[in-house]
Design a protein around this ligand. Structure first.
Ligand code: GLC
Length: 689
């Protein structure tokens, strides 16, 4: 294991560095520009007139497409050799849901409600990433998401602050392990800090407006969970809080992130975000950008070159205090030290080893298991699982589609990804035939992979008119139609639902997706995913989520002047936490003191897994609260007829709220408790707090 410098040695190094060197450490440049050797800048670096000297001083490189370990190692060694103190650069990349072996998208990982799966995804992505030359990943994304129009909901574990926090923390643990210097680990970065998911009307890069109370109660807690799990880096969001862009928001980056939340790691901007202050008219030029961001608490500038071009001059001219530069630079050096880079800047420099590890059996197995657990069975009239010997038509835009991986698949080999037809074609229990000849029709359709992720906002998050026409014509054949729904967001399928005998929401399931879907459809495994985001009935309901704040005029059937629509139900098509199985579970809950005990019985004829969910609300309190919020959950696995007991302890931590000043308001009095398999579970118990 690599030797690390002591804090004193780091300080000594810092004090020996020139102002230019220190400013250079705060810059991230594209690795592609250094591939031909760092003395001959190519591509964007050449266009940006960065000199070879500036490249050699840069603290980090970012890779946005596939690179091989040997090329990556060469860039690191070239820059290290030229840097006056031989400080190696950090190599960073978006390893969001796997690296070469893709796991299901994070929204699907949220649907597993299985922290072990999230941890496995972090671990496998880190291993494949590390042997490919990466040091740091820009993950996990823990933006709480409530609006399916926003394409980036696919990158989040979902709408619940608790789910985002617990799954995010698990990804952090899986990614970084106990020691990020280990050859199979990466440093982790929580993003986007904070409120990016609130983007108005679900449009990417749109403004947000959020109260401090909502920040404290809903949007900051997942980041706190990541900090508590040891996350190394934090990325301010493209949006602003209180009209101050996050990237230069001193209140957010200092008072909140450092002082209140106790974050000690490094802060990196999002792509070109500092320079975008000029677009906002918040800064008039790059000099002002550099000063504003540094003074607010930003350490590294990703791709806007403000620090690289302007910061040293600003310090020399006395416009920026050198102490601030030192502080930021120390955060960068400390991360490099934690990664062991001063001792060993390259974790692997062998392409052969990279190839041996990436895509290996155990990683693919973990990706398969994640995909199996993440698919959500939304409807089943008995068409699933398929019977042995039946004739099956497998049709639709995604039947022969390789691109079932979801957004952020920089290193994946999409073309060699198995399609559903590849996988089902291998199954001797069924015969693939045309829809006319079939006993059952599998319609694999939904969004395209390229419709998910950044810059993928949609005003119509539903099936297209062509897809609906296809569904209608298949339905007209009078045979059961099973919809295998591919999506990076909850789609509005209210019109499609009655035309289907069964619906399996498969998200973007990743490299092993086709095999996993086949295992579920054939009944080798039992669906057990539960929705990580509410599925609306109509777009007009958006944003709709399980933990909406209470209304002073709550909806009552048939009443007027209550919280309702004239033309639509208040209820979603499928609530948060919903998911069916091929078996059934009965639950009986009781409370004693603050302990809720749930007896769970598998009352069906096959083994299965479900997610026992605990929801609650304080009956009284001065602040308006959600009517219901997820407080805890447990995944259980039971054979047919088997039962088990699940115990939840209801603690003040679960119900504490914060006022606009961030002051804790302790829960006191009666807490209503609901237990069930979705957020539609009714309140049946109380616990005294
Ligand atoms: C982006 C994203 C961010 C990502 C970064 C680097 O534009 O907003 O999530 O980590 O660029 O690729």
């Amino acid at each position: 294991m690599s030797t690390k410098l002591t804090h004193e040695q780091l300080l000594a190094l810092l004090s020996d560095m020139s102002i230019e060197e220190k400013a250079g450490q705060l810059a991230q440049i594209p690795i592609s520009a250094c591939m031909e050797g760092v003395t001959e800048p190519t591509g964007p670096m050449a266009e940006m007139n960065l000199t070879p000297e500036q490249i050699a001083l840069s603290g980090s490189v970012i890779a946005v497409r596939k690179i091989e370990a040997e090329d990556c190692a060469k860039v690191v060694r070239d820059i290290t050799a030229l840097q006056p103190h031989h400080i190696p650069p950090l190599v960073m990349k978006d390893v969001i849901h796997g690296h070469q072996t893709m796991f299901p998208i994070p929204l699907a990982i949220g649907s597993t409600f299985d922290e072990g799966v999230a941890e496995d995804m972090g671990r496998c992505g880190a291993l494949e990433g590390a042997v490919s030359g990466t040091h740091v990943t820009f993950a996990p994304m823990v933006d709480v998401v409530r609006d399916p129009r926003w394409g980036r909901v696919m990158e989040s574990p979902g709408e619940s602050p608790l789910l985002c926090g617990r799954m995010g923390a698990a990804m952090v643990r899986g990614t970084r392990g106990d020691d990020i210097a280990a050859p199979d680990r990466l440093a982790a970065c929580a993003k986007h800090f904070v409120g990016y998911g609130i983007s108005q009307a679900g449009q990417d890069y749109a403004p947000i407006d959020v109260s401090r109370t909502e920040l404290y109660n809903t949007y900051l807690p997942p980041f706190q969970a990541c900090i508590d799990a040891g996350v190394d880096m934090m990325m301010p969001a493209f949006v602003g809080i209180d009209r101050v862009p996050c990237v230069c928001n001193e209140w957010l980056l200092k008072d909140i992130l450092r002082d209140r939340m106790g974050f000690e790691g490094m802060v990196i901007s999002d792509w070109d975000d500092p320079r975008q202050l000029i677009n906002h008219g918040v800064a008039k030029d790059l000099r002002e950008v550099s000063k504003l961001c540094l003074e607010a608490g930003l350490d590294m500038d990703m791709m806007s070159f403000a620090h690289l071009n302007c910061l040293a001059d600003l310090v020399r001219e006395g416009k920026v205090d050198e102490k601030k530069l030192d502080e930021a630079c120390l955060h960068v050096l400390a991360l490099k030290n934690s990664l062991g880079l001063f001792d060993n800047p390259v974790k692997n420099d062998s392409n052969a080893y990279q190839q041996e590890i990436c895509g290996s059996e155990s990683i693919r197995k973990a990706a398969w298991e994640a995909a199996v657990k993440s698919c959500v069975l939304l409807k089943n009239d008995g068409a699933l699982p398929l019977r042995t010997g039946c004739k099956v038509a497998l049709v639709g835009s995604h039947a022969d589609e390789h691109a079932i991986l979801g957004g952020w698949t920089l290193d994946a080999d999409t073309e060699s990804t198995k399609t559903l037809l590849d996988s089902f074609g291998e199954d001797e229990r069924i015969t693939l035939v045309s829809p006319e000849e079939a006993d059952v029709i599998l319609l694999a359709t939904g969004e395209n992979q390229s419709d998910t992720g950044e810059d993928c906002s949609k005003a119509h998050p539903s099936l297209t008119s062509e897809q609906m026409a296809e569904l209608h014509s298949l339905n007209a054949l009078g045979k059961p139609v099973v919809l295998l729904l591919f999506c990076g967001r909850p789609l509005i399928i209210t019109d499609a639902l009655p035309l289907c005998s069964a619906v399996l929401n498969v998200w973007f399931p990743g490299t092993e997706g086709a095999n996993a879907i086949r295992a579920l459809v054939m009944g080798d495994r039992n669906p057990s995913g539960h929705l990580s985001m509410t599925m609306p009935r109509a777009l007009g309901q958006v944003p709709i989520h399980h933990d909406r704040l209470s209304s002073a005029r709550p909806w009552v059937e048939g009443a007027v002047y209550v919280n309702r629509y004239k033309d639509e139900s208040n209820f979603p098509l499928f609530p948060f936490g919903f998911g069916l199985s091929y078996t059934t579970f009965a639950m009986e809950a009781s409370a004693e003191g603050n302990v809720v005990t749930v007896k769970v019985v598998n009352t069906g004829s096959v083994a299965g897994e479900t997610v026992v969910q605990l929801y609650g609300r304080m009956r009284h309190g001065r602040l308006i609260r959600p009517d219901k919020r997820l407080l805890d959950w447990q995944r259980v696995s039971l054979a047919s007829g088997e039962s088990c007991q699940v115990r939840f302890t209801v603690t003040p931590d679960m119900l504490r709220m914060y006022d606009a000043q961030g002051k804790a308001v302790e829960p006191e009095g009666v807490c209503d408790i609901a237990v069930g398999q979705s957020s539609a579970a009714a309140y049946t118990l109380t616990v005294d707090m």
